[in-house]
Design a protein around this ligand. Structure first.
Ligand code: GAL
Length: 669
């Protein structure tokens, strides 16, 4: 078995597509070894090859492959095959197919497309999972279970409607409670019993936001229930190996934080559109997604998929410029990944993904640019194996809460043309990252005790007693930054009465009185007060949303420059207990966040990881072991940059010179 003391390098491998070409399968192994590939993910879309007829399992081909991989020192992440089912199954059991929101049942095709509630589907997957465990669960090559693939989507079939009603009953207990929570007297939508409730549909109810929010929560919970069912089948068949499921970029459909307890390892698939915008912005965005994944369990994660060249499903298949593959791969490691895995090892000959990039392309040689870059990345990972003994510690956090997003984006007003929740969260994230801080992204159920500074952008909904956590955090000496449109509704999306931000007006030292939605292209400006000398510009542009504030004990740092609220407070700070609470009233440009956060951090006891500043487009992250700190510095500019690097042993890159475009330096100190 490959020791988990090695960083994993490899990716999705689909040998079932090449069983009639033994020479190719032999070459695969030779090339994997050359590229320092030590792990493959197997069986993700193999259900037809593993069970060509109902109850008739054909595992010999897989056993041969796994044995051969093992003999060559390559480990296996073994998938359960539920992401795509055999045709015979839907022919015999059409009820496993999904029903869409207009209540039409789908035809066979594509992937997933099955109902997570269906007892037949659950039975079929449990049966094959049991067989897979019996045959391979104790094979020394197998190190991890990969549950299905990229869960997503919803089903509105009668079984799901029933399950939804049961879920509602468990949550609300009585129909009166539900009516109250959802404010159903509005438009006369009162229910008399749970049996009357149906999932949201464009042909029916879409306007009752209590219902649409509950449905999103249900879909996420029902998917989780399905995932638990698969894991249970593996455990009952006798495997104790860790399990993971591969998550997706900014995927709104599932509240990933709720999956933390049932998964042993978090993993995800990243496919940024590199070079579409300046890469430094894409790197920042991708870094935030890595950090979300790490924060779900607050543990190192696995990068399960990434593309060695270009994808074929994005609108344009852009090649990665030389060096970018290595930089993007090491970025994952910098943010806490213990692997760099690709989709895919060998490019398929036909089918939807025949033009999707791979380590080995249709030409079939090892003298390609992509292969050589994969190999170089494999060598870097070997040099960094000791990072598997590290963790990441963050003193800064941004609250980024799925349910908050569902509720805010599902509501009408104050800006139906876009609230920009993710973009706003990313401004706080980027402002911390530009100072070189590691950042955790938390949902409202997590605790704040580990942090010195916490930002809560657009925290429209307060749930899980979050306002009390904030109060205690500031009282004890924490620095807290909140923005406009926060503390507006409770967990049912019902507005708080008596002023907002709910229960925190004394902590923030103000009350939000009104919010102005700005038309596209319309702007206002924030003007720093003289005493706020740390704000370097004379004025900062804002757009989209401007909140009007009535200040009580807070100190005013900026005021509005235009409109009827010109001269009124826009950014403030309040001392509360031993801490400080900042409030940002408008959707202001990034540089304002940068200036404000630099100052707010400097007022804490946080130590910067590097001295002398970080040039734009350069990322600094740190991982720590018991004995050492590892500083990873990456340049996502297309030109070289100079900066003062920390002293220490250089494990990757050249610390004596400028950082080249897409260059990485890893220093151990
Ligand atoms: C992922 C998926 C893989 C493959 C890949 C192509 O979303 O998990 O199976 O389709 O995309 O980029």
């Amino acid at each position: 078995m490959i020791e988990m003391t090695n960083l994993l390098h490899g990716g999705d491998y689909n040998p079932e597509q090449w069983l009639d070409s033994p020479k190719i399968l032999t070459k695969d192994i030779q090339y994997m070894k050359e590229a320092k590939i030590n792990t493959v993910s197997l069986g993700i879309f193999s259900w037809s090859a593993l069970e060509p007829e109902e109850g008739h399992y054909t595992f010999d081909w897989m056993e041969k492959i796994i044995n051969r991989l093992y003999e060559n020192g390559i480990s296996v992440i073994l998938a359960t095959p539920s992401a795509s089912k055999p045709k015979w199954m839907t022919d015999r059991y059409p009820e496993i197919l999904r029903v869409d929101e207009t209540r039409h049942r789908n035809l066979y095709g594509f992937r997933h497309n099955h109902c997570y509630t269906s007892p037949v589907y659950r039975e079929k997957i449990a049966m094959i999972n049991t067989e897979l465990v019996k045959r391979f669960g104790h094979h020394p090559a197998v190190i991890l279970w990969h549950i299905s693939n990229e869960f997503g989507g919803e089903c509105h079939c009668p079984l799901c409607q029933q399950a939804f009603r049961k879920w509602l009953k468990d949550r609300y207990h009585t129909i009166d409670e539900l009516n109250k929570g959802w404010c159903t007297t509005f438009w006369s939508h009162t229910y008399q019993s749970f049996d009357q409730i149906e999932s949201p549909s464009p042909r029916g109810e879409m306007a009752l936001q209590g219902l649409t929010l509950a449905w999103k929560r249900f879909v996420s919970d029902q998917t989780l229930d399905y995932v638990k069912h698969e894991i249970k089948s593996i455990r009952e068949a006798g495997s104790k190996l860790p399990v993971t499921m591969n998550m997706m970029y900014d995927f709104e459909g599932l509240n990933y934080y709720k999956f933390a307890d049932c998964l042993d390892v978090i993993s995800w698939d990243t496919y940024p559109t590199w070079h579409k915008y300046p890469d430094k912005f894409i790197a920042m965005d991708n870094g935030m997604q890595h950090d979300i994944m790490r924060s779900v369990k607050k543990k190192p994660f696995l990068l399960m998929e990434s593309c060695p060249s270009s994808t074929n499903w994005q609108s344009v298949s852009k090649l990665k410029k030389p060096g970018l593959l290595e930089a993007a791969s090491l970025q994952a490691v910098a943010h806490g990944s213990n692997s760099v895995l690709y989709f895919q090892i060998r490019q398929s000959r036909g089918g939807f993904e025949k033009f999707h990039g791979a380590v080995i392309d249709h030409y079939g040689g090892n003298d390609t640019r992509v292969f050589q870059e994969v190999k170089k990345t494999g060598e870097d990972l070997l040099a960094l194996n000791e990072l598997t003994q590290t963790v990441m510690k963050s003193e800064a956090a941004v609250i980024y809460d799925w349910e908050n997003r569902w509720a805010m984006e599902g509501s009408a007003g104050p800006r139906n043309k876009g609230m920009f929740y993710k973009e706003t969260a990313e401004k706080s994230y980027a402002a911390f990252r530009r100072q070189g801080l590691n950042v955790d992204l938390l949902d409202m159920e997590q605790e704040l005790d580990d942090y010195k500074i916490v930002a809560a952008p657009m925290l429209y909904m307060f749930r899980a007693g979050f306002e009390e956590k904030i109060r205690a955090f500031v009282e004890k000496g924490g620095t807290f930054i909140m923005t406009y449109w926060s503390g507006i509704v409770d967990e049912n999306d019902r507005c708080f009465l008596g002023g907002t931000p709910h229960q925190l007006m004394d902590v923030m030292g103000l009350r939000s009185t009104e919010i102005d939605g700005l038309y596209d292209g319309e702007t206002n400006h924030l003007i720093p007060e003289k005493k706020a000398g740390f704000l370097q510009k004379k004025s900062y542009q804002c757009e989209h949303l401007c909140e009007l504030l009535k200040v009580d004990s807070a100190e005013i740092l900026m005021t509005y420059g235009e409109d009827f609220y010109r001269g009124t407070p826009a950014v403030t700070v309040n001392r509360f207990g031993k801490g400080k609470a900042y409030y940002i009233g408008a959707d202001v440009e990034q540089i304002c966040y940068d200036d404000l956060y630099r100052y707010a951090i400097s007022e804490t006891t946080i130590q910067m990881p590097v001295e002398g500043g970080i040039p734009e487009g350069v990322e600094v992250t740190t991982r720590v072991s018991k004995e050492h700190e590892y500083v990873l510095v990456q340049n996502f500019n297309q030109e070289a940059v100079h900066m003062d690097l920390p002293e220490g042993e250089c494990l990757v890159g050249d610390a004596s010179d400028a950082l080249p475009a897409f260059g990485t330096v890893v220093i151990k100190r």
